[in-house]
Design a protein around this ligand. Structure first.
Ligand code: GLA
Length: 720
């Protein structure tokens, strides 16, 4: 899937440390407690999860978090593992930022006796380890010896040591050092029986997603030569350099799109975004490949970040055995639980429906927003249950013990500064018990009949600027997602070029840039009986960011039965009245309007007054055996909900049973999960057949009262 990426430069396999594994074969046991069955089960389970995800019983949900014992005196470790046992913790992520504690020089032997003791201790108490390659924060000695690994910003400032992720992704010094470290860690711990999962790097691109230094410039030129077959005229054509006298005579004239006096060439910027993503992924792949060679049976992951723009999550997820995500919705946002659900559905979709891991969430507050509102009482539980309901097989937090020092000392931890006689700790222990009860959900699938299309390259191009208006894809995705969430309709996300045949309805919000293949894919979907809803500013440009001529959206004019002649975006404080079959008396459109000429499409909404009166705002067009809908504005929430409800009905999307506002309903593996996201009790109908609530153990039928931020997980009727 790594479209347009080159193979990582260098021969990483030559750097693999081929010394025998310190702990021997994976079923070897250490320490006083011999647990061959645990080790065997773990090893078998991991193999199955990584390849086919046919997980044999006993199933379980992983629970735990980032464990940073190097921040604490060793005498506390025994307390840590005792508390982990009390909370039901069964998986911890170790060593994410431990490079400086593990190695004292380039190519030096690991000084990791402390880590040996940590892993042995965890194994003794039955806690599995997601072991990091520790490469996310290069140590000071490496920066001192090679200051040119420090990244440079678009305006030429070289960043300094003192934070984290301070490396240029194209630096061969950094990559070689990281691969060396990963290789030594694989060699030392690849056979450790506590090892369940490799955690490569950390949140790639979250602090530095692109570097503009000379090393990056040279790598970018090489990448461009490969992309354009060493033909500078091809680059000139793709970048449209006839505009503003930008024609290049040689690749050596090209650099990264550094700060410039006016709007920069968009295709130049787009290619640099593609390149930068590839360079970050090359860092990941280099480490991943040494781990795969050393320990083919141990699955790998790195933590994605939901709708995080710089890294193309489709391409990244394709390179992982288990897709994992860090999810930090803002408790101050009244729609935080909907945002969280969206990220869950996205992460599941990135892994093609396989169970995913919630790699990080805050047990309470974070410390990196201007004001860090803690989670409301009960939200730690409800958002965790939501993750499991939407396909997660692990609920992990950042971090186990709240730090006493450093930049994140006011970030919540599972063990707060106040210790165990605290609300936070009681919630941590209670959640551990809940997750144990949810073991039957582990490994089970979720099905969806609706998919939202998202393509990172189109997203990059959409937000480059110099457009009719600044559209933000996450907002547009959320606007379409919310009415579906509210109606209890489970949504997948899909790449526009992927197989869409399992879906009845496809939603394409501002899919600005489309390849020919993506355009045909959507047409074929509708032709064969599916439905599609395409919004404004979709299908506008090709993958070089050149406008597809002849009227917008050129590839889909016949599909939609209309031509868009002109865009008419609205100032942020302006709305237009709407009328039509799905309108209410005060329906409005905002953000966007257009001059649309209908060529067979039927309006469902139109502008009701002003200079654009009579212009279609929403249309439907029968095409082949299906129907294509178009949205030329953003209707107010009630009107959009009515429209989406009509479209899902017409598309034959199975309707979820009605349920009260504020209650989330999801079905996973035949289990029905109902979550009350409000702070008032709500009665919900659960049907006439008695079903066991896995959380309380009691039978439920007809109606349940969900307490404030309460939940039930109803087992399938046959599992009584
Ligand atoms: C990210 C990082 C963690 C930590 C948390 C804090 O997710 O991966 O190391 O900084 O944020 O919220």
């Amino acid at each position: 899937m790594a479209r347009g990426c080159l193979a990582p430069s260098g021969h990483w396999s030559t750097l693999i440390d081929r010394r025998p594994l310190r702990y021997g074969p994976r079923n070897h046991t250490v320490g006083a407690t011999d647990k061959p069955l645990v080790a065997l089960e773990r090893s078998l389970r991991m193999r199955m999860e990584a390849r086919s995800l046919e997980i044999p019983t006993p199933r379980r949900i992983r629970y735990g978090g980032d464990y940073n014992p190097e921040q604490w005196p060793e005498h506390l470790w025994a307390e840590d593992v005792a508390l982990m046992a009390e909370a039901g913790v069964n998986l911890v992520t170790v060593g994410v930022f431990s490079w400086a504690q593990l190695q004292g020089g380039l190519g030096a032997e690991l000084s990791a006796d402390w880590l040996d003791r940590v892993l042995d201790l965890l194994y003794e108490v039955g806690v599995g380890v997601d072991l990091a390659t520790a490469t996310a924060s290069p140590p000071p000695w490496l920066v001192r010896a090679h200051p040119d690994i420090l990244p440079v910003s678009a305006d030429g400032v070289r960043m300094s040591l003192g934070g984290r992720q301070h490396y240029c992704p194209s630096s061969s010094v950094y990559r070689d050092a990281a691969v060396d470290l990963a290789s030594r860690i694989a060699s030392r711990y690849g056979g450790h029986p506590a090892l369940e999962l490799w955690h490569i790097g950390n949140e790639y691109g979250s602090r530095v997603n692109a570097c503009y230094c000379e090393v990056s410039a040279a790598a970018f030129r090489k990448w461009l030569r490969d992309r354009y077959n060493d033909d500078i005229d091809e680059l000139n054509r793709a970048w449209g350099t006839a505009f503003w006298s930008q024609r290049y005579l040689d690749f050596d004239e090209v650099g990264p799109p550094r700060t410039a006096p006016s709007m920069r060439n968009p295709t130049h910027q787009l290619d640099f975004l593609r390149f930068s993503d590839c360079e970050l992924r090359a860092c990941y792949l280099a480490e991943r490949d040494v781990l795969r060679v050393a320990t083919p049976q141990v699955p790998v992951t790195t933590n994605l970040m939901g709708l995080f723009q710089p890294t193309d999550s489709w391409a990244w997820a394709a390179e992982m055995d288990i897709v994992s995500v860090d999810r930090y919705p803002d408790p101050a946002d009244p729609y935080a639980h909907v945002q969280a659900a969206l990220v869950a559905d996205l992460t599941r979709s990135l892994g093609a429906g396989r169970p995913w891991y919630l790699m990080e969430q805050a047990p309470g507050a974070v410390n990196w927003r201007p004001t860090n509102v803690p989670k409301n009482r009960g939200e730690f539980r409800t958002w965790s249950l939501q993750a499991v309901a939407r396909g997660a097989d692990a609920v992990l937090q950042f971090q186990w013990r709240a730090s006493a020092a450093g930049a994140e000392k006011f970030h919540s931890g599972m063990v707060p500064h106040g210790g165990v006689d605290t609300r936070q700790w009681r919630e941590v222990v209670a959640l551990g018990a809940d997750l144990r009860n949810l073991a039957p959900l582990a490994g089970t699938p979720i099905s969806a009949h609706v998919a939202l299309l998202v393509d990172w390259e189109s997203w990059w191009a959409l937000e480059l600027g110099s457009h009719p208006a600044q559209l933000r894809l996450p907002e547009l995705l959320f606007e379409l997602y919310q009415p579906l969430f509210d109606s209890g309709t489970t949504v997948d996300f899909a790449h526009p070029e992927s197989d869409l045949s399992q879906y009845r309805l496809i939603l394409a919000p501002a899919l600005y840039m489309v390849s020919g293949r993506a355009a045909t894919n959507l047409i074929a979907h509708v032709d064969s009986g599916g439905c599609a809803l395409i919004t404004y500013f979709s299908g506008i440009v090709d993958p070089d960011d050149h406008v597809r001529l002849g009227g917008y959206p050129a590839p889909w004019r016949d599909l939609l039965g209309l031509d868009v002649e002109e865009f008419s975006p609205l100032p942020s404080n302006e709305t237009l009245p709407l009328r039509g079959s799905v309108a209410h008396s005060r329906s409005t459109g905002r953000r966007w309007a257009e001059l649309v000429r209908l060529r067979g499409a039927r309006p469902l909404l139109e502008i009701a007054a002003g200079p654009l009166e009579g212009q279609p705002a929403a249309t439907v067009h029968r095409y082949g055996r299906g129907a294509a809908y178009y949205l030329a504005t953003t209707p107010d929430p009630a009107t959009l909900t009515a429209l989406i409800s009509e479209i899902t009905f017409e598309a034959g999307v199975p309707t979820a049973p009605p349920r009260p506002v504020g209650v989330e309903a999801v079905e996973r593996g035949g289990h029905v999960v109902l979550i009350n996201h409000t702070d008032a009790p709500i009665d919900a109908d659960v049907g006439a057949n008695p079903r066991r609530d896995l959380l309380s153990g009691s039978m439920k039928h007809h109606s349940v009262t969900l307490p404030p931020r309460g939940a039930v997980v109803l087992a399938p009727a046959e599992n009584l």
